[in-house]
Write a protein that binds this ligand. Sequence first.
Ligand SMILES: Nc1ncnc2c1ncn2[C@@H]1O[C@H](COP(=O)(O)OP(=O)(O)OP(=O)(O)O)[C@@H](O)[C@H]1O
Length: 801
Amino acid sequence: MYRLGRRSASALLRHDGARYNIHAIATPIFSATCSGDSVVETDAKTRWYSVLASGRCNTSQSSAALNLNKNGFFLGNRYESTAAFDASSPPPPPLEKYEYQAEVSRLMDLIVNSLYSNKEVFLRELISNASDALDKLRYLGVTEPELLKDAVDLDIRIQTDKDNGIITITDSGIGMTQQDLVDCLGTIAQSGTAKFLKAMKDSKDAGGDSNLIGQFGVGFYSAFLVSDRVVVETKSPKSDKQYVWEGEANASSYTIREETNPEKLLPRGTRLTLYLKHDDKGFAHPERIQKLVKNYSQFVSFPIYTWQEKGYTKEVEVDEDPAETNKDKQDETAEKKKKTKTVVERYWDWELTNETQPIWLRNPKEVTTEEYNEFYKKTFNEYLDPLASSHFTTEGEVEFRSILYVPAVAPMGKDDLINPKTKNIRLYVKRVFISDDFDGELFPRYLSFVKGVVDSNDLPLNVSREILQESRIVRIMRKRLVRKAFDMILGISMSENRADYEKFWENFGKYLKMGCIDDRENHKPLAPLLRFFSSQSEDEMISLDEYVENMKPEQKDIYFIAADSVASARNTPFLEKLLEKDLEVLYLVDPIDEIAVQNLKSYKEKNFVDISKEDLDLGEKNEEKEKVMKEEFGQTCDWIKKRLGDKVASVQISNRLSSSPCVLVSAKFGWSANMERLMKAQTVGDTSSMEFMRGRRVFEINPEHPIIQNLNAASKNCPDDNDALRVVDLLYDAALVSSGFTPENPAELGSKIYEMLGMNLQGKWSVPDAAEVQHPTATQSQTSQTYEAEVVEPAEAGGQK
Ligand SMILES: Nc1ncnc2c1ncn2[C@@H]1O[C@H](COP(=O)(O)OP(=O)(O)OP(=O)(O)O)[C@@H](O)[C@H]1O
């Protein structure tokens, strides 16, 4: 047992309590090794300190074995004998006791007794206070350089004593005067507390979410989430004196005293010592602290050092076997060999734990693509380089820095489109990591695939989701971020390597189409990014700009057809006339395409027109011809309508067909066949709303087609002819299918086709005559010719009539 005098003891210990365990630490700097714990007891009456060294201490130089380097706990010599009480030393300055402001008491009560989850945020809060203090000093030092006169680095150091559950956070920042201590660490703005208490009450989390603590400007008190007792030693460069603030959890008061022990004086700044609660001692594990620093404060712009155990290997001699030695001695000529082994020498030292210079603070001109990519992969745990990145600073009304990335591949699964909480955007405020848990606050959902960091100096450090949602600053940031994201994507689309954008589109095209539906405000930057197949480009997708450039001079609209594949789009009867006229038609083959395009409505003042809908204007109105047609086929239209009844809204003469006899056209504002099919696939149960949206369908006939011409004759000559009426029925069903609709009763359609086939084929292949038996090949081809002729023949007859 060693007894230490007051002076010497104060060099070793903080004056703060009844009993401590201090882990004995030594570094090789002083050629000393030491292990084990020292138990320290304070006698409040006599102010004697006693240290029981339970460890072993070997020094190669002197008895000053417990010295540490300048940042350690101890500075001073070890006394080997009972030291005399030094009666001549001045008495310590008196403790001044202060009552907490009522709000602080309530807050402390809540923190200590009700918050159980997310306790680790205490470290983020305290580091951010330390970083603020350094920021303030740096800022004031610009105009008052004498504040920086102490040659101390601007940094943050965190030391842990895992055995005793102590964490010390030291910064060399602006520190606090005695008045600052009273004002800052005993008082809080009433409004902040009231809001905090309300938020706590509203919190659904039964254990209380400690994260809330950082949202109301009460970060310092988060120390009590994990500590029984907190000691703040602080020295402002504006004051000659250093003060010690001390508070305990569950106490209604705190104390402040002046520090007079020269060994404990800080050159400048603040040292916080947290004496952890029994259950929270795990936070004092060096590795855990390191991990938390990396996670929460990776990009604080001041270096953060943590106290870590290290090791290096060295060769040491091993004792030789005496028998061997004797043998060697006998053989005088034998060369003496010294035996060695490799041992690991352990020691403790500071380790830089964060990136001191966040990449986004650097000048973009000085950052290489490799560095951007490395940062991306490290930050977002990606293994592929990004497809594109954009590093920018915005100034003016709102200032922030950001680096955005487009990933090379879409996230696995589709969940992200529906649930965009992707942790893709990491928000920092003044380099302090705030959150990556956003739901559309910084980026619209459809851009949730964009990854990046955003660092703002304008947002409060304690920005909460509520603040994010309501903040004008955030709204402006969001606008700029979105614009930058579009610019970045546009950059890929303009790349000489077309494959880059094809890759992007394959992965994220769906997201942009979602944007056309969700975000009307951004149709302008979104539309040029879209890609579609077309009647003139079935293998390579084209942009709307390419479409517009390829439009015919007289063409007013952008034509599209929605189908389930390029093949079915290509074969749709709606396309016939347009192909004939060499008008390009976009193929909308992704289920979401049609809705996206409908939302866009137009591009470069050209309307999107669905060629499967009524009133298609191909810019070739010939009123004279229309009149003649109407006169010729008007009655047929009425006759067909009568036969089809409510299945169609009307029967009209088509201007869009050339080879098909008829087509079923959707109402202008109703669903197209494609949409109807999609909706049907999604509707479960009640389909009444579908009936409404399905709207009317128009049966269009092609007056130039032989079948229609035949029916025209039938309608005039034998309107009640059963066969003619059955042809109308079958035509309707065939149009239904070829126009992309699903027949309501496929089995019935099948029977109609069989019946018709039966009528046509009657007797066709009955016993051939002798000549045909001799030339089977000729017979076959003849038969098919006959068949074709028979189909055409009535048409010709009808036309003549
Ligand atoms: N390490 C420190 N150095 C100097 N001053 C500090 C330090 N820590 C706290 N303070 C002072 O104490 C005040 C209160 O801190 P607290 O964390 O409770 O609130 P805040 O820092 O103002 O808000 P927030 O934590 O949300 O940023 C700070 O404003 C600062 O003046």
